[in-house]
Design a protein around this ligand. Structure first.
Ligand SMILES: Nc1ncnc2c1ncn2[C@@H]1O[C@H](COP(=O)(O)OP(=O)(O)OP(=O)(O)O)[C@@H](O)[C@H]1O
Length: 84
């Protein structure tokens, strides 16, 4: 088992080289993902509704000049007590 863990790089030598120990965990993933956009960059000046679902409406807006579909939660559902 030790050999298997070593071969997968899960174990490494301790600092003084006397024994193997688990590798330190990588740093946590940052909260803001790189695919997350800043809502302030959405341009709704020529927005048009293009669809509606149970929880929200879909509007065509622009992000950095690119047309995008934005789902906006229905205001009737925006009360925290109703959001699951
Ligand atoms: N990316 C998109 N581009 C164009 N139209 C879209 C896009 N996403 C949704 N729509 C339109 O909006 C309608 C509703 O989409 P939505 O994702 O809200 O549906 P839903 O999954 O049924 O909704 P809900 O999860 O709120 O019940 C779609 O049927 C479609 O006509």
């Amino acid at each position: 088992m030790i050999e298997l863990l070593k071969s997968h790089g899960v174990l490494s030598y301790s600092q003084n080289g006397s024994h193997f120990e688990p590798k330190p965990l990588p740093p946590p993933i940052p909260k803001k993902c790189d695919w997350e956009i800043d809502p302030a960059e959405l341009d709704f000046s020529n927005a048009a509704m293009i669809g509606k679902g149970l929880f929200g409406e879909i509007v065509k807006a622009y992000w950095r000049g690119t047309p995008v579909a934005v789902k906006r939660m229905l205001s009737s559902l925006s009360d925290d007590r109703l959001v699951m």
